[in-house]
Ligand binder design. Sequence first.
Ligand SMILES: Nc1ncnc2c1ncn2[C@@H]1O[C@H](COP(=O)(O)OP(=O)(O)OP(=O)(O)O)[C@@H](O)[C@H]1O
Length: 228
Amino acid sequence: MIEVNALAAGYDGIPVVSHLDLTLAAGEVVALLGRNGMGKTTMMRTLAGHLPSIDGDVLLDGSPLRSGRADLAARAGMSFLPDDRGVFPRLTVAENLALARRRGYQPPVDVVALFPVIRERMNVNAQDLSGGQKQQVGLARAILAGEKAILVDEFSQGLQPSLVRDVLAAFHEIARAGVVIVLVDQSPQPLVEFATRVLAMDKGAIVLDSPAAVVREDPQALLDFLVV
Ligand SMILES: Nc1ncnc2c1ncn2[C@@H]1O[C@H](COP(=O)(O)OP(=O)(O)OP(=O)(O)O)[C@@H](O)[C@H]1O
C-alpha cells in the first residue's frame, strides 16, 4: 500500500502538485491520466524518490520513505519506470534483468514468457535495441524489482497494441498477488479498459478518483479532464 499525506511536489521549492492525499492499495491497477503538464510525472517521481518532496509524507506498507532517496524506495520494493526507460545501454538484456532481480522475490508472472525481446535478444546490448524493445526490457525490470509497487510513466509508448494488452493482463495478475500498480499514459485507452481505478490530474490536483468500471459506463466525466 502507498499512502500519500499532504504531499507537495515540484521543482526548486515551487510546487506543481500540492495538498495531495491519496491511498493506493495493494491489488489496485491505477490509471493516472491527465493532459500534458498536469503533474503526473512529478507525482510519480516524487513517490519513487527520484525527486525530493517539498512537503508531506509518502509511506510504503506503513513505513515512511525518505524524500529524494530513490535507492531506499527501490530497496523497499518500489519500482519506477521513467519515460526514458532507464536501461543500462552497455549491458546485455540478460544483465539488465539480473541487476533488477530482487533476492528472494519471484514475481507472479514470467517475464521471459511475456516479452518477446527477452526470449529473442537476451545477449544483445540494450543500446542496440529499438525503442519498443527497450520499453519491454524496462517493463521486465520494473516487474522483477517491484515487490510492493510498480509505477510506470508513458506506459504504452513504443509497445505494439497486442503486447499492451498482454502486459496489462500481467499487471492484473501481479496486482492480485499484492502489488500496487500505477500507470501513466497519454491515451486513456486501453488503460481505462483494464484498470481497476482511474485518477485524473488537472493543474497538480487529483480531480477525479473513480472505480474504472464507473468511468467505463460514463466516460464523459473523464474526457472533460483530458480534452485540451
Ligand atoms: N525538471 C523540471 N523543472 C522545472 N519544471 C518542470 C520540470 N519538469 C516538469 N516541470 C513542470 O512541472 C509541470 C508538471 O509537469 P509533469 O511532467 O509532471 O506533467 P505531466 O502531467 O506528467 O505531463 P507530461 O505527460 O507532459 O509529462 C509542468 O508545468 C512542467 O513544465
